[in-house]
Design a protein around this ligand. Structure first.
Ligand SMILES: *Cc1c(COP(=O)(O)O)cnc(C)c1O
Length: 463
């Protein structure tokens, strides 16, 4: 029996973002005036996201910094708005450090992470921002500089449980901690960031940091904080059952047991080996009921693999501050990308946007776009193709479901794309223009807009 209902993947849209989508006329005016694609950011979404993380700190009686990982979005409006909250910022390049200082962050609210060239290190040292040291070489460059440093570690292992820890190109290997400590006169804290969503791997890393702090204290180096990086994630989809159904049907399609759902039978990592489904779905788990602050809460409640007490309790008992660097999670519901429909012919819809401008596919996040204007006819399944003269320029390698057949001139909104999908991979290939970014804010009960670099937060007014 084949199930003929459309395979929708409905995005999770909170009221504020929905009310922007409801401004059909405004969105059309913006796209007419500023072109397609167009990025729209909602700085007003940030304060609540910071506060949701803070609530988890309170629940676990912990203190520490919430640093926004700037690399997730280039916007000035978002950064300037964030500067009005209590959050700090994690910068990973000279340009990001300059941007953060210019947005109003004082150096005590900034941490410099990632690989650093001499100029980046130089400005970081001169301004006195905290430096998360990425390698033993970097530590050597910083010797006698007076810099405040975190040691970023990687390659944690645990004897208590078997946990697969992939090799990372970042951080000082845990088994070279002694060498690192020999090069330090003072350390502000220990850090890690793992590009994974697996809680067991993070529990091992966090317990490893606790062990590293014990070692520091044994050497007479007092250390009072652990920075556990980012990777708390976002729940992109409204309905877990849709996600289950979609991925199940995708497997069936790969096996040839139902109509193809993707361009050239792309399997997103799954393949058909003589009638058996093999491989692994290389997708972000777009439906994630435990994500963002909830994920942090769960991690802190997780027993340490060796000591077997909740990690949050261990931090509290050792009087260690917890610092975090969420990127994606702090941008939840904070933006969307608009694209204009150029043509629609059967199941092929061409858009004035390319796969670099909205890189959901590249990041393995599957969710349907929203047809601006709330037209509802028959649900329609279409492929979305980009504006580059390239075979690979597919906005989606799968059919997406729209509530009506799109027409030339329509706008599609790719929602909740502020974290990584908006400007991270945009290029000027073929002289296509890069999307402009506008910031929208709610004033006197309506949405107003300005260009991203014109945005400065107004607080205490009628906002
Ligand atoms: C990218 C990055 C982050 C943010 O990761 P998210 O998955 O967006 O939360 C935090 N810290 C460091 C060092 C990073 O490189």
């Amino acid at each position: 029996m084949t199930d003929s209902r459309p395979l929708t993947l409905t995005p999770r849209i909170e009221p504020s973002l929905q009310s922007v989508l409801d401004e059909t006329e405004l969105l059309h005016q913006l796209a007419d005036g500023l072109g397609s694609p167009l990025n729209i950011v909602l700085p007003g979404a940030l304060a609540a996201n910071v506060e949701a993380f803070r609530a988890v700190y309170r629940r676990h009686h912990l203190r520490g910094h919430v640093y926004f990982a700037h690399k997730a979005n280039r916007s000035s409006a978002l950064l300037r708005e964030l500067a009005t909250t209590e959050a700090g910022v994690d910068v990973a390049s000279l340009g990001e450090l300059q941007h953060a200082l210019g947005a109003g962050f004082t150096p005590d609210r900034i941490v410099a992470t990632g690989p650093k060239n001499r100029d980046f290190l130089g400005l970081a040292v001169r301004t006195g921002v905290l430096i998360s040291v990425d390698s033993l070489d970097e530590l050597l460059l910083l010797q006698k500089s007076g810099a405040r440093v975190l040691l970023r570690l990687s390659g944690f292992t645990s004897t208590g449980v078997q946990t697969i820890s992939r090799r990372s190109r970042f951080g000082i290997p845990f088994d070279r901690l002694d060498e690192a400590l020999d090069r330090c006169e003072e350390i502000a804290g220990i850090a890690y960031h793992l590009d994974t969503i697996g809680p067991p791997e993070k529990a091992v890393a966090l317990e490893g940091c606790l062990a590293a702090i014990d070692e520091c204290r044994r050497r007479g180096l007092p250390v009072w904080s652990i920075d556990i990086g980012g990777g708390f994630g976002v729940n992109y989809l409204a309905d877990g059952a849709e996600w289950e159904r979609y991925t199940t049907e995708l497997g069936q399609a790969v096996l040839g047991r139902r109509a193809p759902m993707t361009w050239n039978d792309h399997g997103y990592g799954l393949r058909n080996e003589a009638g058996t489904l093999r491989g692994a779905l290389g997708l972000y788990p777009a439906y994630r009921p435990v994500s963002g602050p909830g994920y942090l809460d769960q991690l802190l409640a997780t027993p340490a693999p060796e000591q077997r007490r909740p990690l949050g309790e261990l931090l509290l008992d050792s009087m260690i501050d917890l610092d975090i660097e969420p990127g994606r999670a702090l941008l939840d519901q904070a933006g969307l990308v608009l694209a204009r429909v150029v043509s629609a012919d059967g199941e092929i819809v061409r858009l004035d946007i390319n796969a670099g401008d909205v890189s959901l596919e590249e990041h393995g996040v599957l969710m349907d776009p929203v047809l601006v204007g709330d037209r509802r006819e028959d649900p329609t399944e279409v492929f979305l193709l980009g504006n580059l003269c390239l075979e690979s320029d597919l906005i989606t390698r799968r059919k997406v479901t729209l509530p009506a057949r799109p027409r030339p001139g329509d706008l599609l909104a790719f929602v909740n794309t502020a974290g990584y999908f908006m400007d991270f991979s945009a290029t000027r290939a073929l002289h296509q223009s890069i999307a402009r970014t506008v910031a929208v804010s709610r004033r006197a009960n309506r949405w107003t807009w300005c260009l991203d670099d014109q945005y400065w937060p107004v607080h205490g007014g009628a906002s």
